[in-house]
Design a protein around this ligand. Structure first.
Ligand code: CS2
Ligand code: MG
Length: 409
């Protein structure tokens, strides 16, 4: 079974998605997600110009060897563009293998280790009242774990705080990238944020009780000592995790946070290879792995990473924002179902438009996700529907301090 063609589709139903479609000489198709928010066309070109011709004629069953060929063979290793491209090839080959075997991917990875995946949703609010409504709306939709993001007095526009109709669960895209150029500008003030956030969790715990798992994402905005202070101040509210509390390019920074707090830490949605995680895992500096199949080179390396993490009792918390396409999302649902050290799965529901282009077998019931029993990944791309949503330049917002200094993502 050889690869006969490799085609790239860029479509924008609510947001941009890059999808690789591999077709074998016996007519089986496989899909892979190569979406890189705000840099989509770079990955599309990487695949079209530099990868497609290398794949045609190759044995579609040789997943590991193809991965190593694209990773080691290129000389230039790693980075988000390369690894999203390799991820798409890897996922598409697993999709094909599953279809050829007549089995959903999780069966090829060892079979189910649980009946479903605990998901967390994104609640947020501009005021205590709207945050409370948003959390209630998520619980009503079945969520058993909730990420809590809040507006902060003194910060004009803050990433991750959705408009009310989005935050209460209508099927709009959360955290949309701003369409058009230049990227929207938001602002940031660490001191104002540190003063405000603990009081929000205090109120939420008072209202919703001790049992609801609560999560919070800092989006890499704090220095290590600020992150330590936040993690310490949040301890009474017993978070499930505190995410991306400081940029982790300098993993030693996390030692400072660990010295001051037992709040569990989740990191890694922007990481691309196991080397980015090595110190964090071996020194036990994190508790949850935030990698996604899409930005980490696919199913093959994600499985290896999570097995490595298991040696240190670190669990999965794979990245599931709406800029991971339904294809990439399905890939990690299959991994999450199969592994032993599953933690939680982020679930930002895709919009109706996205779901009309990507037909999915996955389900969300009573707060639990399941990838379904369709052979392969369980996602089909409706190319006609996709063609109605052409690519539109779109960028994540940037953050500046009050004096205009660019701040960390
Ligand atoms: C966020 C993401 O889901 C999350 O945890 O950090 O929404 C992230 O901002 C986007 O994926 C960036 O593309
Ligand atoms: Mg995040």
């Amino acid at each position: 079974m050889n690869i006969a063609s490799a085609e790239v589709c860029v479509t924008s139903p609510s947001r941009n998605f890059v999808t690789l479609k591999l077709t074998t000489d016996d007519g089986i198709t496989g899909l892979g997600d190569a979406t890189l928010n705000g840099r989509e066309q770079a990955v599309a070109a990487y695949l079209r110009e530099h990868v497609a011709s290398l794949l045609v004629g190759q044995d579609a069953h040789r997943i590991e060897d193809t991965w190593q060929y694209l990773y080691r063979g290129a000389y230039w290793r790693g980075g988000p563009v390369t690894m999203a491209a390799i991820a798409a090839v890897d996922m598409a080959l697993w999709d094909i293998k599953g279809k050829a075997a007549g089995l959903p991917l999780y069966q090829l990875l060892g079979g189910a280790s649980r009946s479903g995946l605990l998901a967390y949703g994104h609640a947020s609010g501009g005021s205590p009242q709207s945050l409370s409504e948003s959390i209630h709306a998520h619980i009503e939709r079945g969520y058993r774990a909730v990420r809590v993001q809040t507006a902060v007095p003194g910060i004009r526009a803050l990433y991750g705080v959705a408009e009310q109709r989005q935050a209460t669960g209508e099927r709009y895209d959360y955290e949309p990238a701003g369409r058009g150029v230049p990227p929207p500008e938001e602002d940031w003030d660490s001191a104002a944020y540190l003063r405000h956030v603990p009081s929000v969790f205090e109120r939420v715990r008072e209202e919703f009780g001790a049992e609801l798992p609560l999560l919070h994402d800092v989006h890499h905005r704090l220095t290590p000592i600020e992150a330590a202070k936040l993690a310490q101040r949040l301890e009474p509210y017993d978070l499930f995790w505190l995410e991306d509390c400081t940029p982790a390019e300098n993993p030693q920074g996390l030692r400072i946070v660990r010295q001051h707090s037992t709040t569990p830490l989740a990191i890694g949605e922007v990481f691309n290879t196991v080397w980015d995680f090595q110190q964090l895992i071996t020194e036990q500096l994190i508790d949850y792995i935030r990698a996604s199949a899409t930005h980490f080179g696919g199913v093959t390396p994600l499985r290896k990473l999570i097995d490595f993490a298991a040696l240190h009792q670190i669990r999965s918390g794979f990245h599931g924002p709406t800029d991971v396409s339904p294809v990439g999302f399905a890939a990690q649902l299959h991994v999450g179902l199969a592994i032993h050290n599953f933690g939680i799965q982020e679930y930002m529901e895709h919009s109706e438009a996205t779901n009309s282009v990507f037909r999915q077998s996955m389900t969300f019931r009573d707060g639990m996700l399941h990838p379904g029993e369709t052979p392969g990944l369980g996602v089909e791309l409706d190319e006609k529907a996709a063609a109605a949503f052409p690519y539109q330049p779109a960028y994540l917002p940037v953050s500046r301090l009050k004096d205009g200094t660019m701040h960390d993502w």
